[in-house]
Write a protein that binds this ligand. Structure first.
Ligand code: UP5
Ligand code: MG
Length: 190
């Protein structure tokens, strides 16, 4: 992977901020492969892997799965995609995730797309999603919010200090949010 120098965009934001929804839109318009760390972990549970029970318990508690597990899944998906442009959605979620990904892959993100959304709006969305996610109940949602504030926001601050964060106001209708996203992905004429 290191010699192919893949382009990576980290897509971050709180639970329910619209990361997955907007990544699907980005894939339709730009040539990226969408890799949701959460989706990869949920697929790992379903596959009956030896880590499945551990992952399931962590997700139910809103906790962050050890980096090595998530990074292995991301690396495998990157290789299998055959693409060299990736939206990595919902990762890195803490400082350890960030440092480990950089150390293992030698990849630095091109930029970080940050969906900024008030908690009340994210809570409303998650409680009405109805896709059977085991973490979409109010108890787990509160834990996810707490982990986001304590562990994930500092990662966004880290990249902000490096001038790499592109922030989007996410509490608008999907199409309006995507208009703002498009501006960021559209190459600027010099
Ligand atoms: N919706 C979306 N956009 C909307 C809009 N503009 N207006 C109105 N409604 C909108 O959207 C959520 C819901 O809102 C949907 O019903 C959608 O239609 C609607 P979605 O696009 O799914 O938001 P997203 O930000 O992707 O929300 P998600 O719940 O997936 O975010 P999380 O970050 O909580 O979930 P993730 O899957 O990334 O992680 C889940 C768990 O896995 C974590 O809590 C953690 O335990 C574990 N995990 C790790 O341990 N490590 C990792 O690296 C990644 C995950
Ligand atoms: Mg998601």
């Amino acid at each position: 992977l290191a010699d192919k120098k893949p382009k990576v965009v980290f897509v971050l934001g709180g639970p329910g901020s619209g990361k997955g929804t907007q990544c699907a839109n980005i894939v339709e318009h730009f040539h990226y492969t969408h890799l949701s760390a959460g989706d990869l972990l949920r697929a790992e549970i379903k596959s009956g892997s030896e880590n499945g029970t551990m992952i399931q318990n962590m997700i139910k508690e809103g906790k962050i799965v050890p980096s090595e597990v998530t990074i292995k899944l991301l690396q495998k998906a990157m290789l299998e995609s055959g693409n060299d442009k990736f939206l990595i959605d919902g990762f890195p979620r803490n400082e350890e995730n960030r440092a480990a990904f950089e150390a293992v892959t030698k990849i630095e993100p091109e930029f970080v797309l940050f969906f900024n959304c008030p908690e009340e709006e994210m809570e409303r969305r998650l409680l009405s999603r109805n896709q059977g996610r085991e973490d979409d109940n109010i108890e787990t949602i509160r834990k996810r919010f707490k982990v986001f504030l304590e562990s994930s926001l500092p990662v966004i601050e880290y990249y902000k200090a490096k001038g790499k964060v592109r922030e989007i106001e996410a509490a608008k209708p999907v199409a309006e949010v995507f208009e703002a996203v498009k501006v960021i992905f559209t190459p600027k004429a010099e």
